[in-house]
Design a protein around this ligand. Structure first.
Ligand code: SF4
Length: 262
């Protein structure tokens, strides 16, 4: 076989490997409830109605169709997942990991805050001396990693990833009633390079996200007690909007079931 034949064969094999990422993504069950990470959606992506509909009709949640190019997103997701698993395995063996009341280790342990109807899974909660630290893990591309100094405020000004990690950690601190968090930022290109930031919880930073939770639960209550006419307004103009295309409640949101009562 010529070099050209090998290259063509490699291209075909690469396509099959990309398909595997897609297959894995398609097999994953969609979330049927609000998770803490959803609260971080930007203002332009946020829709209260989506989570109210999820609360009221969990059986109507649909997984948005993955496009052929979405294998890239799946590959990035798998890479992040592997990073978390690696660091959590280190903690499991060598750190003093906090346990819940049933003896489960606080390593990606999912809990439900019943009153808030909210799920969360902190990356880890560790003991150091008398202190408990919540841990948030993130990976950063080399070009962004090199911009970071040891100052968290500087880091959030140059990296959206670090800024979101800080908000996520801060939200978790309030939801778990802890005071301090560690943000672990790893260089994706050189895993031996990582930065550790320590932060205390900040109520002003938490407020807008607490408001989102209250808004969802308030509107869910109103719809349950006074009917669908109370459902919060759509933010999408049509089912073809970019936001709607990625929304697990799109079909229900634009269906006559909801439409007729508005
Ligand atoms: S389709 Fe748009 S308006 Fe409707 S629930 Fe989803 S995000 Fe909200």
């Amino acid at each position: 076989m010529s070099q050209n034949d090998f290259q063509q064969e490699a291209e075909l094999l690469k396509l099959s490997f990309q398909q595997m990422y897609l297959q894995k993504g398609r097999e994953q069950e969609p979330h049927r409830e609000l998770h803490s990470a959803n609260l971080l959606e930007s203002e332009s992506e946020w829709c209260t109605r989506r989570y109210v509909l999820m609360n009221l009709y969990p059986g109507e949640v649909q997984k948005p169709e993955l496009k052929s190019w979405d294998w890239k997103r799946e590959a990035i997701f798998e890479d992040g997942w592997a990073r978390h698993r690696k660091i959590q395995a280190l903690f499991k063996k060598y750190a003093n990991v906090v346990q819940d009341e049933k003896g489960n280790l606080e390593l990606d342990l999912t809990r439900l805050l019943v009153d808030d109807r909210l799920f969360l899974s902190p990356d880890a909660i560790l003991h150091f001396g008398s202190e408990k630290y919540l841990v948030e893990i993130k990976g950063l591309k080399q070009e962004e990693y090199v911009l970071l100094t040891d100052d968290l405020m500087q880091a959030i000004s140059v990296s959206q990833v670090v800024a979101k990690a800080r908000i996520q950690a801060n939200n978790y601190l309030f939801f778990t009633d802890l005071q301090k968090a560690i943000i672990w930022i790893e260089n994706k290109n050189k895993p031996q390079d990582f930065k550790i930031y320590v932060m205390e919880r900040d109520f002003d930073l938490f407020k807008p996200y607490e408001f989102r939770v209250d808004e969802i639960n308030g509107n869910t209550y109103m719809v349950k007690n006074h009917g669908l006419k109370m459902l919060s307004d759509r933010v999408c103009h049509s089912p073809q909007d970019k936001l709607a295309q990625n929304c697990p409640m799109r079909d229900l949101c634009f269906s006559s079931k909801v439409e007729e009562v508005k």
